[in-house]
Design a protein around this ligand. Sequence first.
Ligand SMILES: NC(=O)C1=CN([C@@H]2O[C@H](COP(=O)(O)OP(=O)(O)OC[C@H]3O[C@@H](n4cnc5c(N)ncnc54)[C@H](O)[C@@H]3O)[C@@H](O)[C@H]2O)[C@@H](O)CC1
Ligand SMILES: [K+]
Length: 488
Amino acid sequence: MRTAYRVEDVRAAERALMARVPEGALMQRAAAGLAAACGQLLGKVYGARVALLVGSGDNGGDALYAGARLARRGAGVTAVLLSPERVHGGGVAALRGAGGRVVDGSGDLPGAGGAVLRADLVVDGIVGIGGKGGLRPGAAELARAAEESGALVVAVDLPSGVDADTGEVRGAAVRADATVTFGAYKPGLLVDPAREYAGALRLVDIGLGGELSAYAPAVEAPQYADVARLLPVPGGESDKYRRGVLGVVAGSARYPGAAVLAVAGALRGGAGAVRYVGPAADAVIARFPEALVSAGPVPKAGRVQAWVVGPGLGDGHGDAGERLRDVVAADVPVLIDADGLRLADASAVRKRGAPTLLTPHAGEAAALLGVERAEVEASRLDAVRELAGRYAATVLLKGSTTLVAGADGGVVRVNPTGTAWLATAGSGDVLSGLAGALLAAGLGARDAGAVGAFLHGLAGRLAAEGAPVGAQDVAEALPAAWRDVRRG
Ligand SMILES: NC(=O)C1=CN([C@@H]2O[C@H](COP(=O)(O)OP(=O)(O)OC[C@H]3O[C@@H](n4cnc5c(N)ncnc54)[C@H](O)[C@@H]3O)[C@@H](O)[C@H]2O)[C@@H](O)CC1
Ligand SMILES: [K+]
């Protein structure tokens, strides 16, 4: 797992560690790691032009000490001080001692802008975990200059202007090619929109690990090995029930394709068998002769270990509403997606005894929360936690960094494999079948959501290879994604 911790907890761990190490040691560790990363990105340090954007806190201190190290290796380093009256004094002295230049970024704007425009590398030390809100106007102008200059931009700890804990970007922020972060990842580095600003991530160990173990991470991103451990690989004793039989209530006369895609996701995602119930039975059986189909009702469908309900249900008139109610009342795990989210009775969902997984995209989440879609997109972590609490369910919020939150308020999983090519009609139906199959195989709702999102993202990437894909292609690529994960 790649784990991210709340700022409050990082600070507490730092305090505990600082009490045991010489003063300034942590900043030196941070600066050494930062300078090494900058050196690698530059390739050749000697003769490189480096501009440091330096704010008033320790984040600026890190930048200054790293700048001093680069200056000693022959780089031409200019520090632009955004608040010269409140700058890290030791850092400025170190930079000057190493032959670096210092300009007043609050007064001498042409000088400051010039240094940024001429730079090969810009180091963003404006603010780190002490930052509040977006960049102030002077800093925002320099950040824009850095973007336009074509220089490599390296953020110190975090891209300045993004919210470390929530991943929100409420004003101007630095767009970095890489972020060198210290001690632990912060949630904003893993969750959009902030993640987009961070570029490639590098974690510098400053010895915080032991102290941080007293805290639970706020966010975690599963890696290949984590997903491989959770994959329900069949053994010698397996039969279709041990692998998991999934019931699917999806599709309508108007949207039969949603049923086909959900069933495709389930079968390619490892279900032992799929029982489809609904009006798209002919379309399903034509595409998947291995599916077991019936027109209903749900209680007569036969034994299943989990249900998926919702994709393509339409307006829920007629039998569809009854099928949805029957599934919500079932005492096995249930995944509710798409139209099912809109149509399901919230109090019935809350009262369920067996695990529930809701899988909205931002628009559906916004409708459930009664807010604008843009608000959900701007504050995805808050939105997913809030929904999970309201529905007493696990919630998978789809999007560029898909999130999975449990109702317990614990760690939120973020999926690292997403690709923009997955933003295509029917792709969510495939995910619902896939995650449903994982529920049927016995994974808990959080694991089923996280593993489903991981495989789905990977399948999207494998199918797309940088070109458009359809939802069927994504389903077809699921076995390749499985193989990829099992190979590591
Ligand atoms: N505490 C530690 O042990 C370590 C801290 N380190 C660095 O220290 C950073 C935290 O330092 P600080 O607590 O001094 O805080 P920061 O340097 O992140 O920022 C706080 C300063 O920025 C100002 N500020 C806040 N929001 C602003 C905005 N939007 N625009 C402009 N100025 C703004 C504040 O008035 C304050 O002076 C970390 O991110 C990391 O880079 C590292 O040196 C590693 C060790
Ligand atoms: K920064």
